[in-house]
Design a protein around this ligand. Sequence first.
Ligand code: ATP
Length: 291
Amino acid sequence: MKQIKLNARAKINITLDVIRKREDGYHDLSMIMQSVNLCDNLTISINDSGMIELTSNYDWLPCDERNLVYKAAALMKEKYGIKEGIRIHLEKNIPVAAGMAGGSSDCAATLVGIRNLLKINASDEELMTIGKTLGADVPYCILRGTALAEGIGEKLTKLPPFPDSILLIAKPPINVSTAAVFGSLDLSNVDKHPDNDKMIELIKNKDLKGICENMCNVLESVTVKNYPIINNIKKAMTDNGALGSLMSGSGPTVFGFFESYDKALNALKYIRAKHHIKEIYITTVFNTIRE
Ligand code: ATP
């Protein structure tokens, strides 16, 4: 049986700037994205049923046309005339609706996995073009590593690899709607924007301390105001040894960089006990060069 296993990695935003609201309702963004080793696992196999079958370890996650994995498989079948059946098992580890692009990363892994399994002659760029129709973050999730993402997130420039580092990731038990966050954003109220040129220099110089001092996400101006727990977790991370901490995407996930695994573990124990956070993980940054 033809089968392939893939890791679909989460991303964090080292910076996230909103440049302007566009006429079409979307926002132009400028953000530095970084893949991390916290990942979902996909197993894709081919059979002769002609159907798409998706299963997941989470019984509450839709496994039909609403799932981005299903959508990606359907699009590949249509675009490349695939007659075979495609069976996919999705093992979720990335927190859902968390600002970590979990669904987009699963979608990207499905496009790449089906291409590789069936030896379809399609470049990564071609898959990025297809992927863009399913979600603005999908092209980045195909590229991975360290990148500047502009436009609605689909215009990508690869950056030098991020310095090796240990991260603590904590998702508070609240649901944040990305659309509502962008809807409530008032750019005239944002007093601090990231300096992406400076951040790119810091990444080039592998200056983790400088990176941590300059991380910035303008969406915190909306999400933190509505959910003070985000600031409490950020503070708990820095009080417990983080070099810096930030909310990822539209939230609510918070991440922090630590100098050692032991320091990250101490912070994890503290935050789990004090803030009752169940979805909390220690991981590392992922650079494509090593894969
Ligand atoms: P982003 O950072 O791109 O905003 P996110 O982390 O906020 O992503 P996801 O975890 O990708 O959000 O999922 C958001 C919604 O999409 C969920 O409510 C879920 O029902 C739906 N969804 C569809 N496919 C998936 C998938 N494969 N994994 C997780 N959620 C999915």
